[in-house]
Design a protein. Structure first.
Length: 71
């Protein structure tokens, strides 16, 4: 039982050290990653909206775009 408690404590401390490393030393990189993910999501939403508008008003152009992307 004492060994189990010691192991749980050791794993907890190792987890805290890992979190400190990730968010302390590598914090700017994690922030940059989330900023890039946010930017990517915005670009994808704008592209999807534009494609939807093109699809509604000019289905033949949308089909050409679809074929060009699939190549």
């Amino acid at each position: 039982m004492l060994r189990t408690l010691f192991t749980v404590g050791l794993v907890t401390v190792a987890g805290l050290v890992a979190l400190k490393l990730v968010f302390g030393l590598l914090g700017p990189l994690v922030t940059l990653l989330f900023v890039l993910i946010g930017f990517t999501i915005r670009v994808l939403l704008i592209a999807a909206a534009l494609y939807f508008v093109i699809r509604v008003f000019s289905p033949s152009t949308a089909e050409k775009i679809k074929r060009a992307i699939r190549r």
